[in-house]
Design a protein around this ligand. Structure first.
Ligand SMILES: [Zn+2]
Ligand SMILES: [Zn+2]
Length: 259
């Protein structure tokens, strides 16, 4: 299983990175894109034909989903539109409605995504199997609710060979993420600010909290992401490294890791 960072800037796109988006490739199954914030669709084109991707959304904040309408345009009108089949788009409840509103042409209208996407919600199906053309399961995804203002999900991706990637889903510190991340080989974890007084509760983690989560979950490598352009990246990394003894990496566009 390979993880490629498409965008890692927190809350908004930054001068050197799109907002949140990650490509996961496992042999034998369709490529997976986790989150699709502004700028991610452009970066994705450096790696795969975007039409082929299964899309998993952690939540519907703009910085995690607003390139999906662009992908819809590509799938509906692009050069491969004729032979494009519907691909899975899995997100929180209300994904079809919210993306449909973003893609609509008139005030009050809702674009019907069902010609291009097969939309489902984590709320209904928190466990998903991804199969190759041969019908064999190549990747399993488990989503679990985390602590963030809208309905948000962390994800645990397990390859057929047993490798595990966990994505935090833009959460504040929470026990459900510690459980979800248990023993992950790579833990892709948002850490949006330093551990200072006056941080608002229930929104994001500091570097220290990301490091503590990694330690309690016993993960292999910690990859810090979703750091906004106005936050000191090295300070966030130093906080995490003070809590977690393992390798701590800062996500950056085009970082590619074997999980
Ligand atoms: Zn975010
Ligand atoms: Zn968010």
């Amino acid at each position: 299983m390979f993880l490629t960072v498409l965008g890692c800037s927190g809350s908004i796109g930054g001068p050197t990175s799109p907002a949140s988006g990650y490509l996961v490739e496992v042999e034998g199954v369709a490529p997976v894109v986790i989150d699709m914030g502004p700028g991610v669709l452009g970066a994705l084109q450096r790696y795969i034909a975007p039409e082929d991707a299964t899309i998993l959304l952690s939540h519907l904040h703009a910085d995690h989903c607003l390139d999906v309408p662009g992908l819809l345009v590509l799938r509906r009108y692009g050069p491969e539109a004729e032979r494009a089949v519907r691909v899975p788009l899995i997100g929180p409840s209300g994904t079809a409605y919210r993306i449909g509103v973003a893609s609509a042409e008139e005030p009050g209208a809702i674009d019907d995504l069902s010609d291009t996407f097969e939309v489902s919600s984590w709320d209904d199906t928190p466990d998903v199997e991804m199969r190759g053309d041969d019908g064999v399961v190549g990747l399993r995804v488990r989503a679990d609710r985390v602590d963030h203002p809208p309905e948000s999900y962390g994800m645990r991706l397990t390859s057929e060979s047993g490798r595990v990637l966990v994505y935090s889903g833009d959460t504040a510190y929470c026990d459900s993420l510690v459980h979800l991340a248990a023993g992950a080989h790579v833990f892709l974890c948002e850490a949006s600010w330093t551990h200072e007084e006056g941080r608002p509760p229930g929104i994001h983690m500091s570097g220290a909290e990301a490091g503590r989560t990694a330690r309690l979950a016993g993960v292999g490598r910690l990859v810090l992401t979703h750091i906004p352009p106005w936050t000191d990246r090295e300070a966030v990394r130093a906080e995490a490294a003070a809590e977690f003894d393992g390798e701590v990496l800062l996500a950056e566009p085009d970082l590619r890791l074997e999980v």
